[in-house]
Structure formats: structure tokens, C-alpha cells
Design a protein around this ligand. Structure first.
Ligand code: MRU
Length: 333
């Protein structure tokens, strides 16, 4: 996988050969972004199968059990991780009586299909979402919901990419996204690669630009959407959604159906990851905070459904998401 920690300065791959090494890569954010984490976890199980088969491991059922557990514990908020592990577990259970060689091949095929489907889904979301953007729009996005955060194309950036492919001139305002800088490092890098105009701002500049009428729409991704339409996404998203309401700017959330978690009745039920204080007190080897200061580092926040103009999914758009219209939309899907 691409080591996203060192982008944009260096582009390097790291190799994983077991569920444990993939779980470690997810935890350390070598790979990040909800759909990408889901794909990585599926490959974690597939790699474990290949490894156990190579070792001709007789204790493979127990080893798989540990592999599923280790991956499920890697990060708590993005539901795509649990969604893809559930898919892999189902395939595992259905083929448990086959030889280890056959089982591991079937698991590998399932991981490949999760990855390939993710790209197709992103393109479908992109097509629905692109219709919401007008030629000349300036779109603000938060964090990185691009190709790097998915198997390819992206969710929020996928919508922007698709609009550009339709011939619309779209320019992007990228929030820096403290503290891990996904906007400064990853969104900016991705868009520069494709010649889509992008301007970087620090997170606290969004209100000023919105108050000046410089932004036409906001599009973000999601790590989990609750049954009532509340959205968990990168810390700072809620702040942007409140600003969008104040300035009457549409606030769109691009999310595949795999991000919608009907087991969470509302945002309160979504587990929010707290990460290391070092992400806030400095960056890499630089320390800028006062030594000994106490620190909070919630990595995600909840945007209440009432602030969301629409969810953009691969099956269509849900305007003003709430418990009732989301449920009836999903029933029709
Ligand atoms: O902590 P991260 O970088 O994994 O958080 C990623 C986000 O919050 C993204 O916006 C979200 O996963 C949607 S990605 C298509």
C-alpha cells in the first residue's frame, strides 16, 4: 500500500504479508479513509490465508479468528472496516470445510471484488453528485475523501472529479485538516496531480471565505452515517457544517451505502476515536506545544442530520436525511 504518512514529500509503498501487519498499517494511518480501510482489512484476511496456507498451518481456524479480531481492533469509527470484515467472515464461514488452499483463494477473490466494487461505487456516486455542482463552482472539502481514501476515484473528491470530467470548471478549497493534515498533504496533492485547481486554507479560515461568498458548496466524505442521518467524519466537519447553514451553502456528504450503519440509531452511538496527543502537540519530530500541557485529540466529530443538505450515495441522493427517508431509501435500494 502507498504509505500515506509520508506523502506528499515521498511516494513509497510498504508491503504487508499478514493480518497483523495490515492492522498495524491501519492503526498507524499508512492507509486511512473509511473505504480504503475497509479494502485493506479485507486484504488483511486474504493475506493471512495465503500465509497460513504457505505454512501449511494446521491451527488455521484459530489463527483466522485472531486475524479478524486484530483487524477489527485497528480503528473504531469507520464502519466500512466492520462491514468488509463481516463480508469476509461470511465467505469464510461458508467455505470453512474446503481445504486451506481453496479457502484462501476464495478469500483473496472476495477481497479483490470488494476493492473493484469500491471503485465502481465511487464512480456511480460521482455521477449523481456531479449533477449537484454548477460550472464555475468553488467547492470546499475537509480531510481527504479522494482516491487515497478509497480503492480509487474517491467519495467527495470523486464527485468533484466526475463534475470536471463532465466539463465543468470546478475549483477546490482544501481545509488543511488539523492535526493529521490530510487536506494539506493528501487532498492538495491528489488534485494537483489532476490539474484541478486547489487552494489550501487552514481550518479556521473557512468561516471568513464563506462570509465573503467565496464558496458555493461543501462536500465531505463520511466514516459512519447513523440510521437518523447523523454523520461522523473527520474532526472539524461539524464546524464546517454549522458555517454552511449560517451562510446558506449546501453541505453534501458523499458516502457509499457501506458507510450507513443502521445499528447506530444516532450519532451519539458512533464510537469516536481518540488518538495520540503527539498529533496535536507537534508534527513528526517538531514539538510546538508547551511541554506538559494536557491535550484532547478526538479524531472525528458528529454532524447532526439537520445540517446535512443531502447524502450522495451510489444509489442516488437522499435530501434532508432523517430516520424515515433514509429507511425508505434503503428499502428501495
Ligand atoms: O482519520 P482518517 O484520515 O482515516 O479520516 C478520514 C475521513 O474522515 C474521511 O473524510 C472519511 O473516511 C471519508 S473517506 C472517503
Amino acid at each position: 500500500m502507498i504509505d500515506q504518512r509520508i506523502l506528499p514529500n515521498r511516494f513509497e509503498y510498504i508491503s504487508c504479508d499478514s493480518a497483523k501487519s495490515v492492522a498495524e498499517a491501519i492503526k498507524l494511518m499508512v492507509v486511512r479513509g473509511a473505504p480504503a480501510i475497509g479494502c485493506a482489512a479485507a486484504f488483511g484476511i486474504a493475506l493471512e490465508g495465503l500465509k497460513l496456507n504457505k505454512e501449511n498451518n494446521k491451527n488455521f481456524r484459530k489463527k483466522f479468528e485472531i486475524a479478524f479480531k486484530v483487524l477489527a481492533e485497528s480503528r473504531p469509527t469507520a464502519v466500512n472496516l466492520f462491514w468488509s470484515l463481516a463480508k469476509m467472515q461470511k465467505v469464510f464461514n461458508e467455505n470453512i470445510n474446503l481445504s486451506l488452499g481453496e479457502l484462501s483463494e476464495i478469500l483473496l477473490q472476495e477481497a479483490i471484488s470488494i476493492m473493484e466494487d469500491d471503485i465502481k461505487i465511487n464512480k456511480k456516486m460521482g455521477a449523481y453528485g456531479a449533477d449537484l455542482l454548477n460550472d464555475g463552482d468553488v467547492v470546499l472539502t475537509h480531510c481527504n475523501a479522494g482516491a487515497l481514501a478509497t480503492a480509487g476515484h474517491g467519495t467527495a473528491l470523486g464527485v468533484i472529479r466526475s463534475a470536471v470530467v463532465q466539463g465543468k470548471k470546478i475549483s477546490v478549497i482544501a481545509d488543511e485538516t488539523r492535526p493529521f493534515l490530510q487536506g494539506a498533504r493528501l487532498t492538495s496533492w491528489e488534485l494537483i496531480q489532476e490539474n484541478i485547481p486547489v487552494t489550501l486554507i487552514t481550518d479556521n479560515m473557512a468561516g471568513y471565505l464563506l462570509s465573503k461568498g467565496e464558496i458555493n458548496a461543501i462536500i465531505v466524505g463520511a466514516d459512519r452515517v447513523a440510521a437518523n442521518g447523523d454523520v461522523a467524519n473527520k474532526i472539524g466537519t461539524y464546524m464546517v457544517a454549522v458555517l454552511a447553514k449560517r451562510h446558506k451553502i449546501p453541505f453534501y456528504v458523499a458516502c457509499p451505502l457501506s458507510t450507513i450503519d443502521l445499528n447506530c440509531p444516532n450519532g451519539e452511538a458512533i464510537p469516536i476515536e481518540e488518538r495520540a496527543k503527539e498529533e496535536v502537540t507537534g508534527y513528526r519530530n517538531i514539538l510546538w506545544a508547551a511541554k506538559g500541557v494536557s491535550v484532547r485529540n478526538p479524531s472525528f466529530d458528529i454532524t447532526p442530520a439537520e445540517l446535512v443538505t443531502a447524502l450522495i450515495t451510489e444509489k442516488g441522493i437522499v435530501y434532508g436525511p432523517n430516520k424515515f427517508n433514509l429507511n425508505s431509501f434503503l428499502t428501495k435500494c
